[in-house]
Design a protein around this ligand. Structure first.
Ligand code: CP
Length: 329
């Protein structure tokens, strides 16, 4: 059975096929490709874009979606093997997940990192429990390690702006008052590498992405002719970039840092002055939601560079392509 919860499920060739299908279907809308199909959507965490875009993809093509918010109208789910279930988690994924498979044709799951460190995020326990126990295809709506549909939407946006993904792109760390998960920067890096981009990853010392993710990205870059450079010099990374992707994330576990020391790192927030260091035709992207004037300055989000709303629209387009890949191909 096919699942799509990580870029490795598609590999570079599959990523490029999904982007090609998504781009083609923006021009020629497919018909009732999900007629009589039901997508079960399981949310452990909130959402605006992910929920609306997945539901819209099903409804606009003849299908249906059932939304379950774990712990809010459904039982809280236990995912640990051998757990003594004496907490507030009344149902185990070993029963709950296959039961859902009796009602729906695919399961989409959102389960953020619990902030227990890079090693646990790498294991991605909850979404992998769904993969293990599901009797129908599983899609990620963001898990601890990756947000793969976001990465696909990001690269579709860059392709639309520049006619190719093989351009210099900067993934820059941005400030935040909380140590956010790394799923979004991981997915941008992996998807851009799968698309042959020249990637510059800029972050303060101590905010390195996990070695396993970097190794996977290097493998994709080697296969696609892409390049990856890691730097703590944000200005140097921005120089000549065709796309600037900003995202806050927390320190690496090995750094020993607890959270973002905001007073020291506020200058990392992208402003118009930062964007003027990029290429003349550069675009600005962010997965959203974004905290204005903390993570990204108004002058960027309201400026000529911003493609953040187009990028959010592209979630819909890449998702109908991946759902089709799982249900119809
Ligand atoms: N980018 C993204 O996943 O947005 P939501 O958290 O609103 O779904």
């Amino acid at each position: 059975m096919k699942h799509f919860t990580r870029i490795a499920d598609l590999g570079p060739e599959g990523v490029q096929q999904i982007l090609a299908k998504a781009a083609a279907w923006k021009k020629t809308r497919p018909g009732a490709i999900f007629a009589d199909r039901i997508l079960g959507m399981v949310f452990f965490n909130p959402s605006l874009r992910t929920r609306a875009s997945f539901e819209a993809a099903m409804l606009r093509h003849g299908g249906h979606a059932i939304v379950l918010e774990v712990g809010a109208g459904t039982w809280k789910l236990e995912d640990r093997d051998g757990a003594v279930m004496d907490s507030d988690r009344a149902e185990h994924v070993r029963e709950g997940v296959p039961v859902l498979g009796r009602y729906v044709d695919a399961l989409a799951v959102r389960t953020f990192s619990h902030g227990d460190g890079d090693a646990i995020d790498e294991l991605d326990p909850v979404i992998n429990a769904f993969r293990r126990f599901s009797t129908v295809p599983v899609l990620s709506m963001e898990s601890a390690r990756e947000h793969p549909h976001q990465g696909l939407a990001d690269l579709l946006t860059i392709q639309e702006a520049h006619g190719t993904t093989k351009v210099p792109v900067t993934l820059t760390w941005a400030p935040h008052m909380k140590p956010l998960p790394k799923a979004v920067p991981n997915s941008f890096l992996l998807t851009a590498a799968a698309c042959g981009a020249e990637i510059r990853v800029a972050h303060p010392k101590g905010y390195e992405l996990a070695p396993e993710v970097r190794a996977e990205a290097e493998k994709y870059a080697a296969a696609t002719g892409g390049k990856i450079l890691y730097t703590t010099d944000q200005d140097a990374a921005l120089e000549g970039s065709a796309a600037v992707y900003a995202k806050a994330w927390g320190p690496s576990t090995s750094s020993g840092l607890e959270a973002a020391p905001m007073a020291d790192l506020g200058a990392w927030m992208p402003t118009a002055a930062h964007m003027q260091k990029a290429a003349k035709e550069a675009i600005f992207t962010h997965c959203l939601p974004v905290r204005r004037n903390l993570e990204v300055h108004d002058s960027v989000l309201d400026g000529p560079w911003s493609r953040v709303v187009d990028e959010a629209e592209n979630r819909f387009h890449v998702q109908r392509a991946t759902i089709d890949h799982l249900l119809n191909a």
